[in-house]
Write a protein that binds this ligand. Structure first.
Ligand code: MN
Length: 191
């Protein structure tokens, strides 16, 4: 199977001033594309030739896992954004956030902390567990919670390439901006 860069449902300048056009040109146009190219170069001749990205995430190791998970993670991340999205959780997800964290504000605080304190490169995730309750998890590098049988609902990329052009070393400023571009209609439908 050959993978392709997914189309984004917004223009590259649509998330400004929170995420700049230049960041998306590099992050989506170069980094995301590179993970896709790497994966397409690695899978021919491997046992993952006909695998889905989810199978690759659950079963692969080394370069195939790293690039396959990064492809999935970036698509999931970029498709969570919208310039005019709903900025509050909806329906069952809103209730689940309230019962697990107390309030949306308390959840945002905990998720932000998880993203800001993640050491090095990686991803902060909001996940649904098997019993339908929520949790926040940190994953290093290309890590993806599907590998632990969890259902990803939301992720924040904290690799420096996600924010360095806009915020340099100030990861907390990137997190503050992040909440302004999330589309909670899309995220709530994942629950
Ligand atoms: Mn990234």
């Amino acid at each position: 199977m050959s993978f392709e860069l997914p189309k984004l449902p917004y223009a590259l300048d649509a998330l400004q001033p929170y995420i700049s056009k230049q960041t998306l040109e590099f992050h989506y146009g170069k980094h995301h594309q590179a993970y896709i190219n790497n994966l397409n170069n690695l899978i021919p001749g491997s046992k993952f030739e006909n695998a889905t990205l989810e199978q690759i995430i659950r079963e692969a190791d080394g370069g195939i896992f790293n690039n396959g998970a990064q492809v999935w993670n970036h698509t999931f991340y970029f498709l969570s954004f919208s310039p005019e999205g709903v900025r509050q959780p909806q329906g069952n997800l809103a209730q689940a956030i309230e019962s697990r964290f107390g309030s949306f504000d308390a959840f945002r605080e905990q998720f932000t902390k998880a993203a800001v304190t993640l050491f090095g490169s990686g991803w902060a995730w909001l996940v649904k567990k098997g019993d339908q309750t929520l949790d926040i998890v940190q994953e290093s590098n290309a890590g993806n919670p599907l590998r632990q049988g969890l259902t990803p609902l939301l992720t924040c990329d904290v690799w420096e390439h996600a924010y360095y052009l806009d915020y340099q070393n100030k990861r907390p400023d990137y997190l503050q901006a992040f909440w302004n571009v999330l589309d909670w209609k899309v995220i709530s439908e994942r629950f």
